[in-house]
Design a protein around this ligand. Structure first.
Ligand SMILES: CC(C)(COP(=O)(O)OP(=O)(O)OC[C@H]1O[C@@H](n2cnc3c(N)ncnc32)[C@H](O)[C@@H]1OP(=O)(O)O)[C@@H](O)C(=O)NCCC(=O)NCCS
Length: 184
């Protein structure tokens, strides 16, 4: 679906563009992205083009490029996907460029995306899953106001070709709002 720009101060969440493809391809080549993001790495530029196309056009997902407000540099991605209306359930996925990690970019982006789908689409529950071994992602979930609900056994095949146990978290529309900031 089409998403509006969301102004978060130091960060801007904006719709994906065709000219993001080359940057997405480069940013997705690091080891953590190849292992944990989206179930496998982007092998070719065409894979990146297909990914950006999916993020832009699919009806049941709301996705944004996360960019620095001052520079316009692409810092990451946040996508609320598997949106099921009128049940009001959805899931969220995200990644941050290697050079932008550790500044709180992903929690801020995930929080903003959740607030938008709660307020605009009437979504009531957003789920977040990550491999048990992905400790950085667990920190994103906790900081973005999600509650840990349990462990899913061998639930998703990640980029190493292995099915990993995942931790399941959720955020509800009326959960307390997290207080977040971006570190420079
Ligand atoms: C998980 C990920 C999205 C976190 O994004 P981020 O914008 O760095 O989020 P934060 O700044 O809040 O950092 C989260 C944790 O990463 C770790 N971290 C800190 N600096 C880091 C760095 N330079 N590099 C990697 N991880 C770092 C810390 O444990 C941090 O938690 P803390 O702030 O409580 O210390 C990012 O590491 C990433 O893109 N990883 C690869 C793809 C991925 O795992 N996606 C999620 C799939 S479920």
């Amino acid at each position: 679906m089409q998403t509006p720009p969301l102004d978060l101060g130091e960060l801007l969440l904006r719709p994906w563009r065709d000219d993001d493809v080359d940057t997405v391809f480069v940013l997705q080549q690091d080891a953590a992205s190849r292992l944990w993001a989206g179930g496998g790495g982007l092998e070719t530029r065409d894979d990146a083009a297909a990914l950006v196309g999916r993020l832009r056009d699919q009806e049941n997902r709301a996705s944004w490029a996360v960019v620095g407000a001052a520079t316009g540099a692409l810092l990451g991605s946040v996508t609320v996907h598997s949106i099921e209306l009128p049940l009001g359930n959805a899931e969220v996925g995200y990644w941050t460029a290697g050079t932008a990690r550790g500044r709180g970019v992903a929690p801020r982006a995930v929080d903003a995306a959740c607030r938008w789908v709660f307020a605009t689409l009437g979504v009531d529950r957003v789920e977040l899953c990550h491999a048990v071994e992905n400790a950085a992602s667990a920190r994103v979930a906790a900081k973005a106001g999600f509650t840990h609900e349990g462990r899913l056994r061998r639930s998703f095949r990640y980029g190493d070709g292995v099915k990993h146990d995942e931790l399941l978290w959720s955020r509800l529309a009326d959960d307390p709002l997290p207080r977040l900031s971006i570190r420079s």
